[in-house]
Every structure is written in structure tokens, then in C-alpha cells.
Design a protein around this ligand. Structure first.
Ligand SMILES: NC(=O)c1ccc[n+]([C@@H]2O[C@H](COP(=O)([O-])OP(=O)(O)OC[C@H]3O[C@@H](n4cnc5c(N)ncnc54)[C@H](O)[C@@H]3O)[C@@H](O)[C@H]2O)c1
Length: 214
């Protein structure tokens, strides 16, 4: 992923769209190999078409299913230099009073539980190799009480709560910076995965156009 490690092998979830795709494309462009995981096989085909089979191994499946996690790790073939947990969904911005169990279970299943399971699954290979990097992508809302975007991707960021739209929408609009391109976020992810960041651990790095300090 850097000139120092042109043969790096990195798992990227959500590689079919948006930030995950930009991350996969950048790793491939820097000489690494991507195990690209996504729910949508057509998106993965498109990624392989852009980057080439020598740079991308496509793995279609739902990362909330343990069998998909097993297949992703198997596809890496024993060498895993990095894991980028990028796949994720939004919840429609309901306030806690409106969150239903189906939305809660779905969001946590994809955004949190699958991230933990993939992390758990890659660690044996990383520990044996004595190196490896893991980057998790989260919303701005992980840093403070509210957020959405703004990176222009395929994500469904619509507000499905009239209450939240009326109360929080105007506040978000007033403080929100100009939307970023997926490649701007991918640049930070790839840097954290790279050999240039081997002395960095446990850092939370906002890539948000300054929103977190507004
Ligand atoms: N775009 C933003 O402004 C924004 C804001 C907050 C958080 N995020 C986070 O950034 C990450 C990337 O989002 P994005 O904006 O690029 O979204 P995106 O919708 O463009 O891409 C996400 C990809 O993840 C895949 N995916 C979803 N559920 C999956 C599952 N169960 N198994 C396998 N693949 C699955 C989708 O098919 C899609 O290709 C997510 O974790 C998201 O929560 C993005």
C-alpha cells in the first residue's frame, strides 16, 4: 500500500460503493491486493473491471453472516496485512423514542457485530505474522451526539423521523461543512493502514471537513 509494501493484502468491507470502493481502488493503485467484500456482486464486478483481477479478489456476501466472515478470511489466503471495516448503513435518524428493534438489530449487526467478528477472525493471522493494521469507519455521531454525512456516496442518509427532521435537521444544516468525496476519506484510511502509520495505535481520526471542531 505504500512503496514500502507493494504486495500488501488488505480486506476491505463495503468495497462495492462509496468510501469502501475508494479505499479498494486506492490500495490497488498503490500496488496492494484487495479482498473486496460487499453485499452486492454487481458492484464488485464493476470494481474488478476497474482494478483488474490481479489487484482485487471479489467476495460477495452479507457480513452479518458468520459464514461470510469465514469466506472473506479464507479468500485472503493466510496473509492479511490490513482490514478496513468500512461496510455500514444509517438508521434514518430516529430519536431513541422512535427506534424499533428491527432497525436497532440491523444497524448494530452490520456496523458493530460484523466489525467485531471480522476483527476477531483476522487477528490470528496478524499475530502470527507479527504485524497488521485494522481501521474501522464510523459516523461523526460516534464522536458526539449527532451527525450524518457528509461524504457523497451511495448510502441512504434520509431522515425517516419527522420529529428529528424538524428539531435536528436545521441544526445539522447550519453546521455541516461542504460534502467530501469518498477518495478524501479513503486517503486517511489507506494512510492508517500503511507502513507510514505503524507507530499509530488507537487513534480516532476525524475526516470531516472540520465538522467535529465546529
Ligand atoms: N457517506 C457518509 O457521509 C457517511 C456518514 C456517516 C458514516 N458513514 C459510514 O461510512 C461507511 C461507508 O459508507 P458509504 O457512505 O461509503 O456507504 P455506501 O452505501 O456507499 O457503501 C456501503 C457499502 O457497504 C455494503 N454493505 C452494506 N451492508 C452490508 C452487509 N451486511 N454486508 C456486506 N456489505 C454490506 C453496501 O452494499 C455498500 O456497497 C459506513 O460504515 C457508514 O456508516 C458514511
Amino acid at each position: 500500500m505504500t512503496a514500502a509494501s507493494p504486495t500488501a493484502r488488505v480486506i476491505v468491507t463495503g468495497a462495492g460503493s462509496g468510501i469502501g470502493r475508494a479505499t479498494a481502488v486506492r490500495i490497488a493503485a498503490e500496488g496492494g491486493h484487495v479482498v473486496a467484500a460487499d453485499l452486492d456482486p454487481a458492484r464488485l464486478d464493476d470494481l474488478v473491471g476497474q482494478c483488474g483481477e490481479e489487484a482485487v479478489t471479489a467476495l460477495a456476501g452479507d457480513i452479518t453472516e458468520p459464514e461470510t466472515v469465514r469466506r472473506i478470511v479464507a479468500a485472503a489466503g493466510g496473509r492479511i496485512d490490513g482490514l478496513a471495516n468500512v461496510a455500514g448503513i444509517m438508521d434514518g435518524f430516529p430519536p431513541p423514542s422512535e427506534v424499533d428493534d428491527a432497525v436497532w438489530d440491523r444497524v448494530l449487526g452490520i456496523n458493530l457485530t460484523a466489525t467485531m467478528r471480522l476483527t476477531r477472525a483476522v487477528l490470528p493471522a496478524m499475530i502470527e505474522a507479527g504485524h497488521g493494521s485494522i481501521v474501522n469507519v464510523a459516523s461523526e455521531a460516534a464522536l458526539r451526539g449527532s451527525a450524518a454525512g457528509p461524504t457523497i456516496t451511495g448510502i441512504d442518509g434520509g431522515m425517516r423521523s419527522a420529529y428529528a427532521a424538524g428539531r435536528g435537521g436545521p441544526v445539522m444544516q447550519a453546521t455541516m461543512p461542504a460534502p467530501a468525496a469518498p477518495g478524501q476519506v479513503a486517503a486517511s484510511i489507506v494512510w492508517l493502514l500503511s507502513d507510514d502509520a505503524t507507530n499509530i495505535n488507537g487513534v480516532v481520526l476525524p475526516s470531516d471537513g472540520g465538522w467535529s471542531v465546529a
